[in-house]
Design a protein around this ligand. Structure first.
Ligand SMILES: [Zn+2]
Length: 83
């Protein structure tokens, strides 16, 4: 039986495969340690990426909060009254 390629494993993780394909992949994964290990590795890789992504979002968000409060404190820069 043909092994599942990485692209398909990623699609499987994303749920981007048809039901039939999904069934075939999960049957293969049950039989094939190699592919299930690869899937597990991909899943871990994703989790790490996700964690990094979330940390970055938090950092950006923190910076935005600082910038916003800075603007707020300097306040009343342009009220647009002279129009
Ligand atoms: Zn395999």
């Amino acid at each position: 039986m043909k092994h599942i390629d990485e692209i398909e494993l990623e699609q499987y993780l994303d749920g981007n495969v048809s039901l039939v394909r999904r069934g075939l992949i999960s049957i293969h994964l049950r039989k094939c340690t190699l592919c299930s290990e690869r899937l597990e590795a991909l899943r871990k890789e994703r989790e790490e990426l996700l964690n990094i992504g979330q940390t970055m979002v938090r950092l950006v968000h923190a910076r935005e909060t600082v910038t916003q409060s800075g603007l707020y404190n300097s306040g009343k820069v342009s009220s647009g009254d002279d129009e």
